[in-house]
Design a protein around this ligand. Sequence first.
Ligand code: THU
Length: 144
Amino acid sequence: MNANTSDVEWEPLRLAATAALANAYVPYSKFPVGAAARLEDGSIVSGCNVENASYGVTLCAECTMIGAARMNGGGLITEFYCVDGQGAILMPCGRCRQILFEFSAAATRLMTPSGVKTMDQVLPDAFGPRDLARIAAAPGEASR
Ligand code: THU
C-alpha cells in the first residue's frame, strides 16, 4: 500500500462519509450517499444527498458537502471520498465532478472504485475558472 492509499489518510474520510449517510434525505431513490473531503487546512467536511419531490432538483451529497466547506472557511480539497448506503466507494456523478473541480488542485486525490485518482483523471480537460479568466483577459469578437 503506497502513501496515496494509506489508512491514515483515507480512513477519517471514509468514516466521515459513512457518518453523513445518516442525514441523507432519500424518500424517492432510497439510495443514501455520503461524501467527505479534507481541505487544505486539514479540516474534514461532509455532506449527504437531499432529494426533492421535484426529482430533478435533488442535491447530491457532493453539493451539500461543498456548501459545508464554504460555510467552514472554504479552501481547496486535498482528498475526497464518497460512499453509497452499503458503505461502498461511490464514483461522483458527472455534475459533481465539475462541482468538485472548482475547488480542486493538481494535488487533489479522489478515492474511486478503481483506486485513488487525480481530478484530471476523473474529469479530463475540464472547463473551469481558467477558461473564464482567459476570455476576460483577452476578449474577442464574441464579447458584448
Ligand atoms: N447521488 C449523489 O448524491 N451523488 C452522486 O455523485 C451520485 C448520485 C444521489 C442523487 C440521488 O439522491 C441518488 O444518489 C440516486 O441517484
